[in-house]
Write a protein that binds this ligand. Structure first.
Ligand code: AGP
Length: 609
């Protein structure tokens, strides 16, 4: 997806825009460009290059253009219409080089518009659909930019987020959107910045306005107006994101958002036909990752279970030596490391003290450090060299739900990315990519078809005070997540997660009619082993709740209650088995009268040791 930055304010240094543009690199791109209105020369100066932003910066340094001005545009392009060339990069301009603009989206009727504009004598310099917009605005320009933009947009069909400036209507930045996000950042001390998403505005603005469809914003260095009324919102409390959306609790809303969380985590990051994952945030460390020999995964709590699943994935499909540890222990160890070792931290908040301390320790030793983080601009994102944002919006419930599902999804994307740098074949990569793409609908199906049953199970077992969760291989960490979620949400219920194979080494002493077992048993490579463990538990009269693959009727001979999930590849089953466990903890917590959004003694982000 393309990335847009528009700036108008007191500053003339284009680095304010370039650094904001870099925060959009995660969206993936293949060329970059900028344009700045130099008020001394009364000219708009423009540079654009195929390749990375580094290429563009080199061009800036060796150009003799006076690239400073208080109105500027910046863009990263992901090619849709027209190849990856300097000429096709944005900004695009009109015949008289008066109108300059950057665009995200697709102009569906660009062909007919271009034909009629060419018949009217307009000369095009690129193969893009975007350039049509600059000539169309030129056609209607009579000295007022916003009026020309408004007229031009009446003729455009498709999706657009546009930022536009005009030499002949200076000190003005116009932005417009239809079906492609555009956010205005309002600085308290400077001016305004327009961006494709708020990620780029974190260090510039405290307040933002999300433009709505068919709205046109007109900004000067000191003021702005929108052709349709809109009040500024405070960035960190975007109302539509934190309202409960009709759900009784944030936790339930965020469980129900788990399919969307997967969609947002994979958006623009899969190339199924090539069996590839495109992780823009890792672009500048691609070669170091290719040479990497060993990966240390560090996290806390629920996030640590995502790293345990990631370890299985990376070992099996990327062939990488992986170690996973919790931050509070790792920071006091003396791990044996060498130059081929890298570290990956996983943290929803990006502020967890134990994870952050472990990260700083490894960074001090010169290790390549990466992050998988949801909170944009958080401490861990500032400490790590590169990383992958979850992009799932704020998670308000203290219990990590959608963030965990997103972390598991990103572990799968990372496995694909690193595996295809190594020996993972095209065919296997395509299969994994396709299975990842199918996850949102499968989780939707689980939530829709199993929620009522899980609620009944919660009611049936609510009087028990001790539970044991069992799982093997990819679902052993999910047994631990299920136990943690039940403990922290339905307190004072006690629950323990165990590797199913460990039962015989002690915990089976607990098996009796007073201790229900929740056993995660998808039909996979270790299914028969798990069934043996289920038989051992059954023999001791413990109630059993099983999670298994649709169509598996035989398991009903052993389990008292069964929750079904759709079929998917083994490495992705944790994403499907987790959803019902989150629901179980939620329903049990509500039944016990717990504060499921703010469980006692817990904080959403543990910023102390
Ligand atoms: C999860 O339900 C808990 N709230 C807790 O274990 C959490 O996962 C842990 O504190 C890590 O938080 P982070 O992802 O923000 O680093």
């Amino acid at each position: 997806m393309c990335g847009i930055i528009g700036y108008i304010g007191k500053q003339k240094d284009i680095n304010i825009g370039i650094s904001a543009l870099r925060k959009l690199e995660y969206r993936g791109y293949d060329s970059a460009g900028l344009a700045v209105f130099n008020s001394d020369q009364k000219e708009i100066l423009c540079l654009k290059k195929a390749g990375r932003i580094d290429n563009l910066e080199k061009e800036v340094l060796c150009s003799n253009l006076a690239l400073q001005g208080n109105t500027s545009l910046f863009h990263t392009r992901w090619a849709t219409h027209g190849g990856v060339t300097d000429g096709n990069a944005h900004p695009h301009f009109d015949c008289k080089k008066n109108i300059y603009l950057v665009h995200n989206g697709i102009i569906e009727n660009y062909r007919e518009l271009k034909d009629s504009l060419e018949k009217e004598g307009h000369v095009f310099t690129s193969q893009t659909d975007t350039e049509v917009a600059s000539h169309l605005i030129e056609k209607f320009f009579k000295g007022n930019l916003e009026n020309a933009v408004r007229e031009a947009l009446k003729h455009i069909k498709g999706a657009y987020a546009l930022a536009v400036m005009a030499k002949e209507d200076p000190n003005k930045l116009v932005a417009a959107r239809l079906s492609s996000p555009l956010v205005i950042g309002i600085s308290e001390t400077d001016g305004y910045m327009v961006a494709s998403d708020a990620t780029a505005l974190v260090s510039y603005a405290k307040k933002i306005i999300n433009l709505d469809d068919n709205e046109i914003a007109v900004m000067s260095p000191s003021d702005f107006f929108i052709l349709k009324e809109k009040q500024p919102e405070i960035l960190e409390t975007k109302s539509e994101d934190i309202q409960k959306g009709g759900y009784p609790h944030f936790m339930l809303k965020e469980i129900m958002e788990e399919p969307e969380a997967i969609e947002n985590s994979i958006k623009g990051r899969l190339i199924p036909e090539e069996g590839l994952a495109r992780l823009g945030g890792l672009q500048n460390v691609t070669e170091e990752l290719r040479k990497m020999k060993r990966l240390l995964l560090v996290a806390c709590g629920t996030a640590s279970y995502a790293t345990l699943v990631g370890r299985y994935m990376l070992e099996e499909y990327a062939g990488i030596a992986v170690e996973a540890d919790i931050g509070s222990e790792f920071r006091y160890r003396k791990p044996v490391i060498d130059e081929g070792t890298a570290m990956l931290c996983v943290s929803q908040s990006g502020e967890t003290a134990d994870t952050l301390a472990a990260l700083k320790e490894m960074k001090r030793k010169g290790m390549l450090t990466l992050g998988v983080v949801n909170a944009v601009g958080s401490s861990i994102t500032r400490e790590t060299t590169a990383g992958i944002y979850n992009h799932i919006g704020p998670e308000i419930g203290v219990g990590a739900t959608k963030s965990f599902i997103s972390q598991l999804t990103i572990m799968a994307l990372l496995t694909l990315f690193l595996g295809r740098q190594r020996n993972l074949s095209l065919i296997k990569g395509q299969r994994i990519a396709q299975d990842i793409q199918g996850l949102p609908d499968k989780v939707r199906a689980v939530l829709a078809t199993q929620n009522a049953k899980v609620k009944e199970i919660a009611e049936k077992y609510a009087h028990f005070n001790n539970f044991i969760f069992l799982g093997r291989k990819y679902n052993y960490p999910i047994a631990m997540e299920g136990a943690l979620k039940l403990k922290e949400i339905a307190y004072p219920t006690h629950a323990e997660g165990y590797a199913a194979g460990e039962m015989k080494h002690g915990p089976i002493a607990l098996a009796d009619e007073n201790c229900p077992f929740i056993i995660i048993a998808p039909v996979d490579s270790v299914y028969e082993k798990v069934i043996s463990n289920m038989q051992e538990v059954k023999a001791r009269k413990a109630p059993i709740i099983a999670i298994t693959t649709e169509g598996n009727e035989a398991i009903k001979e052993l389990a008292d209650d069964v929750i079904y999930i759709p079929k998917t590849s083994e490495m992705l089953t944790p994403i499907l088995t987790t959803a019902p466990l989150h629901l179980l903890a939620y329903h049990m917590g509500v039944l016990k009268g717990c504060d499921v959004d703010k469980p006692r003694n817990l904080a959403k982000s543990v910023t102390v040791e």
